[in-house]
Design a protein around this ligand. Structure first.
Ligand code: NAG
Ligand code: NAG
Ligand code: NAG
Ligand code: NAG
Ligand code: NAG
Ligand code: NAG
Ligand code: NAG
Ligand code: NAG
Ligand code: NAG
Length: 801
């Protein structure tokens, strides 16, 4: 079954196969559409598909109506593009003149115009293949096939088309303008090379540029085709690695008007004051819509980053569009290299010298408003003395198209590949005709030479040329003229810094007084940290102050850092500073008043002591147990004095003294009260005759009570100091943001025993005084002692915990 099917198929196809392989020159006379071409004969021919004219959009067909005739003349010669053609011719001349390169072989060329149109490019390409000016698909009209390579370019769209066509014939194609990454695909396009870098280098440059200026909130306007999607995805990915975000992405359709809804959305995004930077990817055809939007809704004061796809220097095709919104934009452009001798070549241009150059007459007409064709009575006939330097377009010989250099390099690359092939195969002039174009690919891959501009030319494994980009700052003057200033460059092969840019010469849109910002949120000042907003991109955040004890020393920190333990944030929370050391000092009011009070009380007790001493022989003092009173008053004085040790910066010695001196002197006073109470009790009990308590009446007994009780406290204190004495230390935990200078008790047990012992003494004296409270006599201290001891004990009990 399958066999029958195949057989039928072969039978059906046979006549066509035969026809296609026929070498029938008569077919070339058929009236196939002609294309405008510029031909110069040679031993070998290099084809070129080049744009000289730009077509007005209005004349283009979308195939919904009958397409216009193929041989319509293209309108409006484009001077910059014509320079590409001249560079081609110049390169051929140079090669033919060079005795070293391809000796005894002359190169010719066959250049075809495409008017930036796919259909024209197709026709031109086919006519180059067929030879001559006729377009006969799959036929070779010239007797000897001399085509060795094709140089083509201008738009990636056209280049892709030609790559597919020439790929079938395995003819090497060198692209001088197409940077599309798709062309690096060696499987689809094994015979395609280029003398421009792969576009991907450009996106790295854009990402670096955005990083350089610290823009974190950018919009992308990309062409609505596969490349546009790929590029925006790439930018999305790479920008997020640099902590930048894509605020919006809009795909702009090809030569089309947007619907109302989409346009409103774009205008809204463009007007967003926080987005100041837009990346524009796409050629003039795609960006037409953007220009119309900007014409209808003026949006001044933005920074546009324009990719090489849109050649800004080419100007505009529509009279009503202007470049004002793009004032101060940054554009990437091909490296501006000079072709040595090219300017002289252009200055020497003359229609008489290049009679085959059918494009020159259009240029001449634009330059001098004269016709080259010989009509004897033509009033507008050229005189033959016209010179380029006197033309109406003086820039023509001063500013060169960025692609003229890559055209020049492309032609030289072909010549070097041919040269290497001749050297390798030992071919002489006579063998030239037997050459097969596909064989050249092998040599094309391996070329490595230094061109006239001193640049090393070789292709990488994908047929790409590694070169950098220039960064141009575009200025629009009020008279609508454009001026581009080179402000930096991007070199993918640079060792240290790929992007070099001089910020001080970038001319921003006058709206900006300094380098524009483009951020979703304001920069968080030092002392604040970012706090993500729910459901928003990472570039949109709020700033919240750092928590206590933490700082953010730089702006825009993701998180705050904790200060070391002995440090604390300052008021701005951007630095850690040493914490303030606090203690009760004489300097502050509290310390001063406390010291004053204790000193006053010291004086008071001193006064009473003096009174006692003065009246020591009066009965009332005597009855009051003179010695005990002295001890009590002295120890009270000590107590008041030792409270002064508690004020001031703690030192080792004051720490040791504080508790012990206080403990001992207080114990002495409490024990003297105890002794007093006991004496009172005994005194009343001893009144009864025959009481054996009588012997306890007297100073001896009370003094020994004091001595014993105090000694016990001294023993406790000594053993405390002996084991682990108190020492000064900085307490950082208890008070926020401050360091408290205090005494560590060393051993808490020791401290509590000292305190507990005092409490115990007080309690005992309270108990005894309580028992003695009802003793008769008005001259009874027991009531007072009970009362004061009660107060003391309750204070003591409430304080200790
Ligand atoms: C085509 O025919 C011409 C003469 O008719 C001949 O010289 C030429 O070699 C032929 N070409 C091929 C490829 O057969
Ligand atoms: C070029 O041609 C000349 C004369 O025909 C000859 O002498 C010379 O050897 C040739 N050079 C090469 C490289 O073939
Ligand atoms: C998409 O458009 C861009 C610019 O307009 C062009 O450079 C690129 O080659 C196009 N890509 C494809 C796959 O057509
Ligand atoms: C050119 O002008 C001459 C005289 O001025 C005239 O005789 C001749 O017919 C004109 N030729 C043409 C083609 O008009
Ligand atoms: C160009 O114009 C200048 C003056 O405008 C004139 O002096 C010069 O001779 C002209 N050059 C040529 C080659 O005509
Ligand atoms: C090209 O040749 C130069 C020396 O002439 C050499 O240094 C360089 O590595 C070569 N490049 C490649 C890619 O082979
Ligand atoms: C464009 O920007 C430049 C530089 O900032 C400024 O000098 C010029 O006046 C601007 N042009 C217009 C038309 O505003
Ligand atoms: C436009 O204005 C600028 C500066 O004002 C000037 O340098 C330039 O030559 C002018 N261009 C034209 C075509 O008048
Ligand atoms: C930047 O440009 C200014 C003005 O032309 C120049 O003075 C300065 O040296 C340049 N800086 C760098 C790093 O090239």
């Amino acid at each position: 079954m399958r066999f029958i099917f195949c057989a039928v198929l072969i039978v059906l196809m046979f006549p066509w196969v035969v026809v296609a392989s026929l070498n029938d020159s008569s077919r070339c006379i058929l009236d196939f559409p002609r294309s405008e071409s510029y031909y110069q004969d040679g031993d070998l021919i290099i084809g070129g598909v080049i744009t000289v004219h730009l077509m007005r959009k209005n004349f283009l067909s979308d195939f919904t109506t009958v397409p216009f005739a193929f041989n319509t003349v293209c309108f409006v010669p484009h001077f910059m593009s014509y320079q590409n053609l001249l560079a081609f011719v110049f390169a051929i001349q140079e090669i033919n003149r060079d005795p070293e390169l391809l000796p005894n072989i002359t190169l010719g060329f066959h250049l075809n115009e495409n008017c930036l149109q796919e259909n024209r490019a197709n026709i031109g390409a086919l006519s180059i293949l067929s030879g001559g000016t006729h377009t006969v698909p799959n036929y070779q009209c010239d007797q000897v096939h001399k085509l060795v390579a094709i140089v083509d370019g201008i738009s990636s769209k056209v280049s892709l088309l030609l790559a597919r066509l020439y790929g079938m014939y395995k003819i090497p194609q060198i692209k001088y303008a197409a940077m599309d990454p798709v062309l690096s695909d060696r499987i689809s396009f094994p015979t395609s090379y280029r003398t421009v870098p792969n576009e991907n280098v450009q996106y790295k440059a854009i990402v670096d540029l955005i990083k350089h200026f610290g823009w974190s909130w950018v919009g992308i306007l990309a062409s609505d085709n596969e490349s546009g999607l790929q590029v925006s995805q790439y930018l999305h990915r790479e920008l997020s690695k640099e902590n930048s975000c894509v605020a919006f992405l809009e795909l702009i359709p090809y030569r089309d008007i947007l619907d109302e809804k989409r346009r409103t959305r774009i205008v809204q995004s463009l007007r967003d004051p926080s987005i100041n930077v837009f990346i524009v990817y796409g050629d003039r055809e795609y960006m037409l819509t953007l220009q119309i939007i900007l014409y209808m809704f003026p949006i001044p004061g933005k920074v546009w980053i324009i990719s090489t796809q849109w050649d800004v220097s080419a100007g505009f095709d529509y009279f009503f569009l202007n470049f004002f919104p793009f004032n101060g934009s940054l554009a990437l452009s091909m490296r501006d290299n000079h072709i040595p001798g090219f300017q002289d070549f252009i200055l020497g241009l003359n229609p008489d010298m290049y009679p085959n150059d059918i494009f020159l007459r259009y240029i001449w007409f634009e330059f001098f408003y004269c016709n080259i064709e010989i009509h004897p009575n033509d009033t507008m006939r050229c005189t033959g003395n016209e010179r380029v330097e006197n033309s109406s377009v003086p820039e023509f010989y001063k500013i060169f198209s960025p692609y003229s250099y890559s055209v020049y390099t492309a032609v030289f690359a072909v010549a070097h590949a041919l040269h290497n092939m001749y050297l390798h195969k030992g071919i002489t002039r006579e063998d030239v005709k037997g050459i097969n174009a596909w064989e050249i690919n092998k040599y094309m891959k391996n070329i490595n030479f230094t061109n006239g501009a001193g640049e090393n030319v070789h292709f990488d494994e994908n047929g790409d040329f590694s070169a950098g980009f220039d960064i141009i700052s575009w200025i629009v003057y009020a008279n609508e003229s454009l001026d581009g200033i080179k402000v930096g460059s991007y070199d993918p092969q640079a060792i240290s810094r790929e992007l070099i840019i001089n910020d001080s010469i970038v001319r921003w849109n006058p709206v900006f007084t300094k380098i524009p910002m483009s951020r979703c949120s304001e920069i968080c000042a030092p002392g604040f940290r970012k706090s993500a907003r729910q459901g928003a991109l990472s570039c949109c955040y709020d700033c919240i102050p750092c928590p206590d004890g933490e700082i953010a020393s730089e702006a825009d920190m993701d998180s705050c850092t904790k200060c070391p333990e002995d440090q604390w944030h300052n008021a701005k929370r951007n630095m850690c500073v040493h914490k303030v050391v606090t203690y009760l000092s004489y300097g502050e009011p509290l310390g001063m008043s406390l010291a004053f009070i204790s000193f006053l009380l010291f004086l008071l007790s001193g006064f009473i002591l003096a009174l006692f001493i003065k009246k020591k022989d009066t009965p009332i003092v005597k009855a009051n147990n003179r010695d005990l009173s002295f001890i009590l008053l002295l120890s009270l004085k000590m107590c008041f004095l030792c409270s002064l040790i508690f004020i001031g910066h703690p030192l080792r010695v004051t720490c040791i003294l504080r508790q012990t001196v206080f403990g001992i002197s207080f114990s002495v006073s409490v024990s003297s009260i105890l002794a007093k109470t006991v004496t009172v009790v005994i005194a009343f009990k001893a009144v009864k005759p025959g009481s054996h308590l009588r012997k306890f009446l007297g100073n001896k007994f009370s003094n020994s009570v004091v001595l014993f009780c105090s000694l016990l406290q001294i023993v406790i204190c000594v053993s405390w100091l002996g084991t682990s004495p108190p020492f000064p230390r900085y307490n950082m935990e208890d008070e926020v943001g401050k360091i408290v200078a205090e005494c560590n008790e060393g051993s808490l047990l020791g401290f509590y025993i000292v305190l507990g012992y005092m409490g115990f003494l007080a309690f005992v004296s309270f108990l005894i005084a309580f028992l003695a409270r009802n003793l008769p006599d008005v001259f009874n201290e027991a009531k007072y002692i009970t009362f004061s001891m009660l107060v003391f004990c309750s204070v003591w009990i409430s304080f200790i915990p």
